[in-house]
Design a protein around this ligand. Structure first.
Ligand SMILES: *[C@@H]1O[C@H](CO)[C@@H](O)[C@H](O)[C@H]1NC(C)=O
Ligand SMILES: *[C@@H]1O[C@H](CO)[C@@H](O)[C@H](O)[C@H]1NC(C)=O
Ligand SMILES: *[C@@H]1O[C@H](CO)[C@@H](O)[C@H](O)[C@H]1NC(C)=O
Ligand SMILES: *[C@@H]1O[C@H](CO)[C@@H](O)[C@H](O)[C@H]1NC(C)=O
Ligand SMILES: *[C@@H]1O[C@H](CO)[C@@H](O)[C@H](O)[C@H]1NC(C)=O
Ligand SMILES: *[C@@H]1O[C@H](CO)[C@@H](O)[C@H](O)[C@H]1NC(C)=O
Ligand SMILES: *[C@@H]1O[C@H](CO)[C@@H](O)[C@H](O)[C@H]1NC(C)=O
Ligand SMILES: *[C@@H]1O[C@H](CO)[C@@H](O)[C@H](O)[C@H]1NC(C)=O
Length: 383
């Protein structure tokens, strides 16, 4: 019986590609009438409960292993270097695999609601709106990926690309591998420092959303600092990609945003998530050694609310000021590379990536063979 359950789990794991059933994280139209109960529901630290079925809004049952995945950390133009070749080949290696970091984060934000007859730029606010007053704080878990600049397409200048996501959670960092959900609308924050630009068929160009200034840290020769400002003005002024209509006032991308939980604010009835496209001007900085990654994001924007079926939509907007910090540790189990920053780098850009000599590929290889052999042996039992 035990075997059978494992067999089914493994089958399900193999059969359900991670994000197939999920609604795309952060898509502005996503809060389509899900119960408000998802906010805060990630707080369970019961890491033994590794799978469950959650009814999703489409009426489908969504299969959720609560397993963390890294799929949405990398811009699509990396696919041809480090994702597609790997399908079915856990041992495939590419020079653009990059390194992963996992850790916890703190998100502080302040929501301001001007009076309803005040029109300043595009602030529209109702005097009936109520939001939490003062600085609010939310604990999150996060995962980051950092890799060398991809050889194509031309456009990006940063020596590295950084992808990051964080989701509201009270789970301890040691249980992060089982803290995620593809069924609940957990993806509360996502950012890549280089973004893709699509034409009708494929990634046509890429560009740095944040021009990173990489410098040597004064206090540690093997540490670098990076600093920049999020700025998609060039993108906003150009003809937008067919996949990114000018949907948000402030040029944010629909798959790169911060969303604040449902029902923080109300206006006659509870309002949906506050959707924040990364505003131009957001300050992004951090530091990196071969073992740690620290990140900070801060900015301010005017943001609207996602639609919450069956409640009427609202034009109401609020001013949100935010400050975010993340501290992560190198994820040796999942990284096939190590990063040598600062003095240990052989590169003028202060960052070198090298193939990990230790566990990573071996681990994924052996995990793969374990799965295979389990499948084979259990398959034999059931034949
Ligand atoms: C990280 O590695 C562990 C151990 O090999 C594996 O169980 C887990 O699925 C990997 N995580 C991701 C996000 O790939
Ligand atoms: C807002 O309404 C109040 C009361 O009607 C009025 O005194 C005030 O001048 C108005 N403010 C603006 C900016 O229009
Ligand atoms: C330095 O890093 C850049 C960006 O990753 C890369 O294009 C270049 O080939 C590297 N140079 C050396 C000497 O490793
Ligand atoms: C889209 O971009 C790709 C890559 O540059 C190119 O090969 C393709 O012809 C373009 N398609 C259209 C419809 O412009
Ligand atoms: C990069 O950072 C260094 C150290 O903070 C600073 O002196 C320099 O002016 C910055 N360069 C740019 C282009 O912002
Ligand atoms: C980012 O910049 C802020 C403000 O200058 C500073 O307080 C913080 O320590 C920096 N964070 C990192 C990770 O370097
Ligand atoms: C990081 O660098 C230090 C000193 O160079 C080394 O002892 C340590 O093993 C390295 N860690 C990783 C994960 O490569
Ligand atoms: C939001 O309010 C703060 C404090 O009043 C202000 O400094 C900031 O400029 C406002 N943000 C926007 C985008 O208007």
């Amino acid at each position: 019986m035990l075997l059978r359950r494992h067999f089914l789990t493994i089958l399900a794991l193999l059969a359900v590609p991670t994000r197939v059933l999920s609604r795309k994280g952060g898509d502005g139209s996503s809060s389509d009438g899900d119960s408000g109960s998802s906010s805060g529901s990630s707080g369970s630290s019961d890491s033994d409960d590794t799978s469950s079925s959650t009814p999703s809004s489409g009426g489908l049952n969504c299969f959720d292993t609560h397993r963390l995945d890294f799929d949405d950390l990398q811009p699509s133009h990396y696919d041809r270097y480090n994702r597609e070749p790997r399908r079915g080949h856990a041992s495939a290696y590419s020079d653009w695999d990059g390194v992963f970091f996992k850790g916890s984060a703190s998100f502080k934000y302040t929501i301001q609601t001007p009076p309803n007859n005040l029109t300043e730029g595009d602030i529209v606010s109702s005097s009936f709106i109520t939001c939490p007053i003062g600085t609010q704080s939310m604990r999150m878990l996060g995962a980051a990926w950092v890799a060398a600049k991809a050889p194509t397409p031309a456009g990006p200048l940063n020596p590295i690309t950084l992808g990051f996501k964080a989701w509201k959670s009270n789970v301890r960092v040691s249980d992060i591998d089982y803290s995620y959900s593809v069924c609940e609308d957990l993806d509360l924050m996502r950012l890549t420092t280089t973004v893709d630009w699509y034409n009708e068929t494929s990634v046509e160009k890429a560009m740095d959303a944040v021009a990173l200034n990489v410098t040597q840290a004064a206090d540690n020769k093997n540490k670098i600092l990076f600093d920049g400002v999020y700025d998609l003005k060039d993108w906003a002024d150009s003809e937008r990609s067919s996949m990114e209509p000018a949907r948000y006032d402030n040029a944010g991308l629909s798959d790169q945003m911060i969303s604040l939980p449902d029902s923080l604010c109300s206006e006659y009835s509870n309002l949906g998530k506050i959707l924040i496209g990364w505003p131009t001007g957001t300050h992004i900085n951090g530091s990196m050694t071969n073992e740690t990654l620290e990140l900070g994001f801060s900015g301010s924007t005017i943001a609207g609310f996602s639609h919450r079926y069956p409640w009427p939509d609202t034009d109401t907007k609020v001013n949100v000021t935010f400050e975010f910090t993340f501290a992560g540790s190198y994820d040796a189990a999942n990284s096939s590379q190590v990063v040598l920053p600062g003095a240990s780098s052989h590169n003028a850009s202060l960052i070198t990536f090298e193939r990990a000599t230790g566990s990573a590929t071996a681990t994924s290889l052996s995990l793969y063979s374990v799965l295979l052999s389990l499948l084979v042996s259990v398959g034999v039992i059931f034949v």
